[in-house]
Design a protein. Sequence first.
Length: 280
Amino acid sequence: MPSAKDIIRKFTELKTLPHVAIKVTQLVNDDHSTMQDFEEIIKLDPVLVTRLLRLVNSPYFALSQKVESISKAVVFAGMRQLRNLVAVESLRGMFKGDGVDFSPQKLWLHSATVAILSGMIAKRIFGKDGDDVFLAGIIHDIGLIVENQIAGEQLREACRAFREGKGTLPECERAAIGTDHAEVGYLLAKDWGLPQEVLSSIKSHHLAKQVKSVSSTGSILQLAEFMAGKMQYFHMPGPLEPLAPELAAHVKQRMSDYKIIIRDLPGEMVMAKELYESDD
């Protein structure tokens, strides 16, 4: 059976994150980069510029005035938010197609939902900047897209086994493919130069026992994925993995706050439809 590294090596020959997205990520991680550096890179892709401005001016950002240039978008939205939107646009095309056992299209909606929930939890519950957890949410299941392209039949076999309750999804993947999407996604995101906190959360988002603190990016991602599953925003039906005891206790303690997030999510999804709706 192939290892996660074998699958990534084959996938890289088919598809990689566009140069602009990788460069933008590098700039955000560089304390010495400037807004002008950021603007100059994004301008290399005119189609991306158009899409970014459309997203920044969408109801989700609720800016007080219309933004008509990337320089103003950086000022009003910030470099990290623009980085996330570049990632959204770069990944969107990978999540095409539908199927009975595995649907990239449904996975994209699930990922967007988890990303939006992650941002809401970070800001409302923990008073933290939600940009990195949003990115983690958007990209946390990218390993499934890789597996679908490289080992599609084995992935569908794993999905069927998961739906029949034969184990967690990663357990079913390892039995059918030899690795799982968390490991594959981690290696791919590492190649793309994403922040370490995002990498760790991708790798551990199915490991309920690995909870550093309830406010870590990984914990917020697990909370968001659990809530998305509870609200039927999943990419495939199957048993819902329980929260780690620490996270379950935290949710119980803050139940009234989480109920408000659940109440507000549909409205947030409507405002964010530009992020996840297809252009088709």
